[in-house]
Design a protein around this ligand. Structure first.
Ligand code: ADE
Length: 259
């Protein structure tokens, strides 16, 4: 997969040299190309922003410099363009999977109040453009959001993770324990500072381990993300799940109600 990233701070992307993503780049699975937006300015100050039309605080990134940068980077190609912004559509595991199937992604990192909207309109008429938010908080710019997205997408590429099962087990992977967060995990030693590993995990009883994991996943999801439990298809809850949710005082639709 080819990834182009245009930013006024390409040095933000140094972490892409390390770990899984760094290895994927060394192997050629990922071809990451960083570009300094200011290389496409023409004034001595290398200006990339200007005051917003209509007034208001902050500065807006100029369309001309973005246009020249994108034209040069894409040539006659048509990558899928991603613009990180807190006003974008949410970045989810599902979107990460969709993007992992693309051949070529172009990330355009805005700073300040964002990029002049005409840039997205211009390229949106030629290729797929998505404005994407990584969460309901405001970062100082899109760079960190792009790091997040590249890591989430990169680890889904074939051969990037050693163990293919780890992707299938992810909390938000389709077909994983649907809508449930992953429960706690343990390794050796069996007792650490007086804290014991739950005995069931040492029992070697696969059925009991699976049941225990599901219980813990349900407990954690009720505690941390109750809206995910509320959104579960009630048909996927067995008697044991219902009993546990009842113990946790979490209300679900009763079973077998006649309509
Ligand atoms: N830029 C600033 N905040 C952001 C966010 N939450 N997601 C994506 N890009 C951003």
């Amino acid at each position: 997969m080819r990834l182009d990233i245009i930013s006024i701070f390409p040095e933000y992307f140094a972490p892409l040299d390390v770990s899984l993503i760094g290895k994927a780049r060394e192997r050629g699975t990922l071809d990451v190309r960083l570009h300094q937006l200011r290389d496409w300015t023409h004034d001595v100050h290398k200006t990339v922003d200007d005051t917003p039309y209509g007034g208001g605080p902050g500065m807006v990134m100029k369309p001309e410099v973005w246009g020249e940068a994108i034209d040069t980077v894409i040539g006659s190609g048509e990558p899928r363009m991603i613009v990180p912004t807190p006003s974008g559509r949410p970045f989810t595991q599902e979107l990460a999977q969709e993007l992992a199937r693309e051949q070529w992604l172009l990330f355009c990192c805005g700073r300040y109040e964002g990029i002049d909207s005409r840039v997205m309109r211009e390229y949106g008429s030629r290729m797929r453009v998505d404005e994407v938010s990584i969460g309901d908080y405001v970062l100082a710019g899109g760079e960190v959001a792009v790091l997040v997205m590249v890591e989430a997408i990169g680890r889904l590429l074939p051969g990037v993770l050693g163990n293919a099962c780890s992707v299938a087990d992810d909390s938000f992977a389709p077909g994983a324990m649907q809508n449930l967060l992953e429960g706690p995990v343990y390794t050796k030693p069996p007792v650490w500072r007086g804290h014991e590993v739950p005995a069931v995990l040492l029992s070697g009883h696969h059925g009991k381990v699976a049941r225990w994991r599901r219980d813990e996943a349900l407990r954690r999801t009720v505690a941390n993300r109750p809206e995910l439990v509320a959104a579960m298809d009630p048909d996927t809850l067995d008697k044991h799940d219902r009993r546990l949710l009842d113990e946790l005082s979490f209300r679900v639709e009763p079973e077998d109600v006649a309509n």
